[in-house]
Design a protein around this ligand. Structure first.
Ligand SMILES: Cc1cc2nc3c(=O)[nH]c(=O)nc-3n(C[C@H](O)[C@H](O)[C@H](O)COP(=O)(O)OP(=O)(O)OC[C@H]3O[C@@H](n4cnc5c(N)ncnc54)[C@H](O)[C@@H]3O)c2cc1C
Length: 371
């Protein structure tokens, strides 16, 4: 079990010894979890759990409390390591136990399903340290984008101002190759330290990780971003602050934070040459707003959660994709990630791929409105 890492075992305040059916003594620990260097959650009923090795549980905590989009039910285990090494230990354990898991940053690009997740959720909320040495910056995966931008500003380092007020954590921001206001995370990352599913730690150069628009190694390889290294240029603090403030002001003016959302639900398709938001707008997707799910009145690619279930939100986005395909022949690709258990019928619809069948005349009409 994770808490029985030899070198840390002696630090435990208390140990409860249990015996399994074969008489083998097993340790089950409780007490000072922090001394393990891991944040562990244990529900009291689990002290006599027949599976004492599986202990990271904090019911009735809801994942929606950890997610910007405010959806998500309970899970068996919430694992919150404090470092890449602890993350590696945790992954080795998860792998040994064949536990299903998913990764959760700030949940600002993810729709977490509401049904109980019978597995682990890896959270990076305790991996949020940053170290700056001259122009080199080393930041852990759980650091908030705005805090990262703020720290770079304090050190008079340019290049990260555009990340201010973009929700999310660095690890997921690398995974998504997030971008806005002329910046893209691929443009400033030097190296990425990852933890593999088997618990190995390795480092890639930025070039090995980023493949292009919203496309990275981590979309095809189940490796976990643990630490990100940057080499930034010295800049003028006033100019950096101006950029940061303008990003914040613009997002607020566009009412992006009016209700919980995951930002843009769909990626842009650069072959079409029209932003997905505009396609959605002209396909009149606001008709699908129902009760607590609202397509933003300000940006048709944003879907607000006004107290909806994850299924209600997913269903609305599926209808949005459908109507754009019918009107323009463009099959939009989801940017929003869905985490957790999706009912089979919805999963099939969510994963459906259709050939692009661009209706050029209609698209040309729309393109003209852009000029
Ligand atoms: C109001 C609003 C505005 C937004 N504007 C923009 C924008 O302008 N540009 C833009 O690009 N995005 C935007 N987004 C989306 C979001 O900000 C980014 O995608 C952000 O990088 C997601 O970070 P997160 O920690 O919330 O990710 P999460 O939603 O927690 O995770 C996203 C994905 O990454 C995986 N993941 C999480 N942590 C790790 C890790 N350490 N290693 C590997 N995989 C991991 C998750 O499993 C999931 O698949 C916006 C979102 C909102 C709510």
């Amino acid at each position: 079990m994770l808490c029985s890492k030899g070198r840390k075992r002696q630090k435990l305040d208390e140990l409860l010894y249990l015996h399994d059916d074969s008489g083998v003594k097993k340790e089950f620990c409780f007490g000072n979890w922090q001394s393990l260097g891991l944040t562990l959650y244990l529900c009291p009923g689990q002290l006599l759990n027949p599976h004492p090795n599986e202990f990271y549980c904090k019911p009735p905590m809801l994942l929606k409390e950890l997610s910007t989009y405010k959806t998500g039910g309970t899970c068996d285990q919430l694992i919150e390591p404090h470092s890449a090494e602890e993350l590696a230990d945790a992954m080795a354990q998860v792998q040994r136990n064949q536990t299903s898991y998913f990764l959760l940053g700030a949940g600002s690009n993810s729709l977490i399903m509401d049904d109980h997740w019978p597995g682990a959720v890896i959270s990076f909320s305790n991996m949020n340290h940053i170290r700056i040495e001259q122009t080199r910056v080393f930041a852990e995966a759980g650091l908030d984008n705005s805090q990262f931008a703020e720290a770079c500003y304090e050190a008079s380092l340019a290049g990260a101002g555009w990340m201010y007020y973009m929700p999310g954590q660095l690890g997921a921001t690398v995974r998504m190759n997030a971008r806005c206001y002329g910046g893209e995370i691929s443009g400033i990352v030097d190296a990425v330290t990852v933890v593999t599913e088997n618990g190995e730690i390795k480092t890639y150069s930025g070039k090995e990780v980023f493949f292009g628009y919203k496309d990275t190694l981590f979309m095809s390889k189940p490796e976990i971003v643990a630490m990100v290294e940057f080499n930034l240029a010295k800049g003028d603090q006033e100019q950096i602050r101006q950029l940061m403030d303008s990003c914040k002001t613009d997002r607020e003016a566009k009412h992006q934070f009016l209700y919980p959302s995951c930002g843009c639900v769909f990626k842009n398709n650069y072959d079409v040459g029209i932003p997905s938001g505009l396609l959605l707008e002209h396909a009149k997707v606001r008709q699908f707003s129902v009760g607590p799910v609202e397509v933003s009145p300000y940006h048709a690619n944003f879907v607000f959660n006004k107290g909806a279930t994850a299924i209600q939100i997913l269903d609305v986005t599926l209808q949005m994709r459908e109507v754009v395909y019918r009107k323009y022949g463009v099959w939009l690709e989801y940017e929003m990630e869905v985490l957790g258990l999706i009912p089979d019928d919805l999963k099939k619809r969510f994963q459906e791929e259709r050939p692009q069948n661009f209706k050029q005349a209609d698209l040309a009409l729309l393109r003209n409105t852009l000029d």
